[in-house]
Design a protein around this ligand. Structure first.
Ligand SMILES: [Zn+2]
Length: 105
């Protein structure tokens, strides 16, 4: 058995979060309502557990996302955390400024 991040406590926390927020928060920002009936919803860590394990159960660090937004975010996140730049955690992955960094030469 590998290390399981999704233990019993996590399941209870994520259930509670999804009960309180039964829709994708990213879709909501885009003006769309996506519930579990439309797509699978995941509870995602804004700051990844690998970066700060103490925030694993921190409600402020949790965000409900549909699997579409989850995969978009995970993709950008890998680039983001590899760069080790901790910018504003909220929706940095949707910002255009990420593309403009290299254009100064
Ligand atoms: Zn979504």
């Amino acid at each position: 058995m590998g290390k399981s991040v999704y233990d019993h406590r996590w399941r209870k926390v994520s259930e509670a979060i999804r009960h309180a927020t039964p829709y994708c928060e990213d879709c909501m920002d885009e003006g769309t309502v996506t519930t579990a009936e439309d797509m699978r919803l995941d509870v995602d860590h804004i700051i990844p557990i690998e970066v700060d394990p103490s925030k694993k159960y921190d409600a402020d660090n949790l965000r409900v996302r549909c699997i579409r937004h989850h995969s978009i975010k995970t993709c950008s996140e890998n680039n983001h955390w590899n760069n080790r730049e901790l910018r504003k955690p909220k929706q940095w992955w949707m910002s255009d400024e990420w593309d403009s960094d290299a254009s100064s030469e």
